[in-house]
Design a binder for this molecule. Structure first.
Ligand code: FAD
Ligand code: DHB
Length: 419
């Protein structure tokens, strides 16, 4: 089998890339290890930046999102028993965000793909990749065009192959380029030569218990709550479905949390001093999972003919809601670079991909770290640390300069401006 771009992983990054490449007249093959039902049910993110919405709309995947997505003008910060609205349109240059679940984006992209692309650009489920070879051959590595940092430029002569198992058979896909969109536990990151790859990581001493409930959201805004009992987040999926998160210790078993215990703890963390009657709407909890938190960035995001995009290259703790948005921005920039290369043979945009994206990735890493450490209670947190958090939250609530910094980062920066 042969294709121009071999895409490993059919999560939001891989599926969207295939769609964008198709629009630029470039064929691809997506290899996804799981089956379609599993891929469409995985509960994950839900907050889309304006840029993410624009990209999905422009590639024809925005129809249901425009109908069913919930547009938000800001968020609420709740701390010390009080509520503060952060208004995005006034603070972040008219930007808004949209609540539309990642699972729905994946469903929309899969059905678009199967309807329009399967002839030229197949999407294979149950196709598990175990190796990527030939991304920058030793000849290319020794060649005069090898860059100073040791990286091999994307245009170097090389013949990448992707090795995978499908329907019990060992198969090989020959490509011009390979893009690893296989998430944090994928194999493509490991194909970067150890001599050039470096991973920067940080683990956090807490996890989130995420629940989905058949209960109308208690208010139409996302609420990020700092409380002496730990962090809580109120989000939603529709006018009848709430999405809620609670900070819990690492290693927590979701079975320790009965439905009643979850609701009582959420109410305690969201409590307001002035309106004691404020309560979440309760309803059946339909999904419950514990998510660990980690920051991780692998550099570079390109070597020879291999590119990394989305969680395969970087992950953030979820507090800033950046994971999915970064993945979409990576593939939007990468698809543009492939389109330029396809139209003119120019590799400059492909060469700039890694450095350009890493600037943005580190900005999002910092914002996610800031939101996480400002809103969560660490196991060894001192009263001094708590006072510092509250001082920072007060500053955001009382200064439009500080609030604008949060709003701009949260609502998202434009795709191609500086960092
Ligand atoms: P993924 O969605 O991970 O997709 C990777 C795909 O590659 C998967 O379909 C996988 O099956 C496939 N794959 C892996 N290995 C192979 C292989 N060897 N061969 C073939 N295919 C392979 N972000 C937020 O902003 N807010 C949240 O609340 C939030 N919650 C999250 C909860 C969980 C449990 C996780 C894991 C992530 C969460 N995120 C959240 C992050 C967000 O969902 C990710 O940033 C986003 O999914 C990244 O998309 P992706 O396509 O890069 O990777
Ligand atoms: C959601 C998840 C987040 O991590 C976040 O910061 C906001 C919203 C969500 O799943 O809706």
């Amino acid at each position: 089998h042969e294709t121009t771009v071999g895409i490993i992983g059919g999560g939001p990054a891989g599926l969207l890339l295939a769609r964008l490449l198709h629009q630029a007249g470039i064929d691809s093959v997506v290899l996804e290890s799981r089956d379609r039902v599993y891929a469409e049910q995985r509960q994950r993110a839900g907050m889309l930046e304006q840029t993410t919405v624009d990209v999905l709309r422009q590639c024809g995947a925005g129809e249901r999102m425009d109908r069913e997505g919930l547009v938000h003008d800001g968020i609420e910060l709740r701390f010390a028993g009080r509520a503060h609205h952060i208004d995005f349109p006034t603070l972040a240059d008219g930007r808004r965000v949209t609540i539309y679940a990642q699972t729905e984006i994946v469903k929309d992209l899969i059905s678009l793909h199967l309807a329009h692309l399967s002839g030229t650009s197949p999407l294979l489920f149950g196709a598990e990749v175990h190796a990527v070879n030939g991304i920058g051959t030793s000849t290319a590595a020794d060649a005069p065009d090898r860059q100073e940092d040791g990286a091999v430029p994307p245009g170097s002569p090389a013949q990448p192959t992707v090795h995978y198992t499908h329907e019990g058979q060992e198969r090989v896909l020959h490509c011009q380029f390979v893009v690893g969109c296989d998430g944090f536990h994928g194999v493509s990151r490991g194909a970067l030569p150890a001599s050039v790859a470096r991973t920067y990581e940080r683990e956090y001493p807490h996890s989130w218990l995420g629940v989905l409930a058949e209960a109308p959201p208690a208010c139409d805004e996302l609420i990020y709550a700092h409380s002496p009992r730990g962090f809580a987040l109120h989000s939603m999926r529709s006018p009848t479905v709430s999405r809620l998160y609670l900070q819990v210790p690492n290693g927590t078993d979701p079975e320790e949390w009965s439905d009643d215990r979850i609701w009582d703890e959420l109410d305690a963390r969201f409590a307001l001093e002035s309106s004691r009657g404020w309560r979440l709407n309760r309803g059946p909890i339909t999904s419950k999972a514990v998510l660990p938190m980690r920051s991780s960035v692998t550099e570079p995001m390109q070597y020879g003919r291999l590119f990394l995009a989305g969680d395969a290259a970087h992950i953030v703790p979820p507090t800033g809601a950046k994971g999915l948005n970064l993945a979409v921005a990576d593939v939007a920039v990468l698809a543009d670079a492939f389109a330029r290369h396809h139209a003119t043979g120019d590799t400059e945009a492909l060469e700039n991909y890694s450095a350009g994206r890493l600037r943005r990735v580190w900005r999002a890493e910092h914002f996610s770290y800031f939101m996480t450490t400002t809103l969560h209670t660490a196991p060894d947190q001192s009263p001094f640390d708590t006072r510092l958090q509250l001082a920072q939250l007060e500053r955001i609530a009382s200064s439009s300069t500080a609030a604008a910094e949060l709003a701009e980062n949260y609502a998202g920066l434009a795709l191609l401006d500086g960092p």
